[in-house]
Design a protein around this ligand. Sequence first.
Ligand SMILES: O=C(O)CCC(=O)C(=O)O
Ligand SMILES: [Fe+2]
Length: 335
Amino acid sequence: MSEVRNLKSYPPVFRQQYTGIQQNTGLDDTPTQIQEAVDDDAIPVLDFQCLNLGKLREACEDWGFFRLVNHGVPLTLMSQLRDHARNLFSHTFESKQELFTKPLSYFWGTTALTPTGAALSIGSQNINWVEGFNIPLSQLSQFQNENETLVSFRILLEEYGSHLARLATAIFGAMAENLHLDPELSKTYISESTGFVRVYRYPQCSMENEAWGINVHTDSSVLSVLNQDQVAGLQVLKDDNWLQVKPIPDTLIFNLGDMMQAISDDKYKSVKHRVKSNKEKERFSICYFVFPAEGSVIQSSKYRPFTYSDFQAQVQQDVKTLGFKVGLERFRVAG
Ligand SMILES: O=C(O)CCC(=O)C(=O)O
Ligand SMILES: [Fe+2]
């Protein structure tokens, strides 16, 4: 087993594999083996500087997933953010709990959070081998802390957030054009003020064939944008096959979420994806998520009219009572 240098930084539930002290992870219930994924380079690549609308449409219809190059986010900003994340995650578990106070939060074991960023009870779900910081960008300026790393982390996040908002809005605009959406309505379908960032560390996991970093899911967002490090782990479902998303330095990965699927009347897909755990290395990623404006009603021929708040409340209820998200099917009209 490869050694973990800084076990004190791990939430206790992730330490037991190295200390022999058992806690219930829920893993015993589902000893299913993880199906292998194939490496694939076929994931569509779009160039932000000369965005090809036809290629964008194909990527949205066939994949729900693409890489973006020439995105204009300074590479130094991306690497500084990752360095800060690495540094902050290396703090002890207890100090991370103390440092990340409202409106930020620190979570582990699940990515299902309440609107204020606290982990929802995991229930019958397995523990996911992940810990993270949740950062609602519009509230970031309210965050006061004397810790120097956190202060510069906040400044970097503000800069990163505004780049990502710019990119997501532009890409959504191109999608809306491709879908011939009503311009007034489509403006309400994406709102920069809803954007948040999650910074993840996937701890080393000696049970890599039994535990997920994040188990299979679709994102609830309109768009999600992922900035991953050099450690592989992200997998995407394409035509019933799991593909490994190769880490390619300095590219951003765009992922269409449930709101985008509904907005497009199911023409575009909210893609299923998951993250594999790794016994040799920790993995870091920085994800941006954006949603419709508060109160914006999604009009679709496939779903009854609903707002993102309705959707979020339903997801929260399902996770609490069933242990998993049902998602868009709850809103689909019969026939
Ligand atoms: O870390 C990753 O690569 C993916 C994270 C993800 O899928 C999510 O947060 O929804
Ligand atoms: Fe996701």
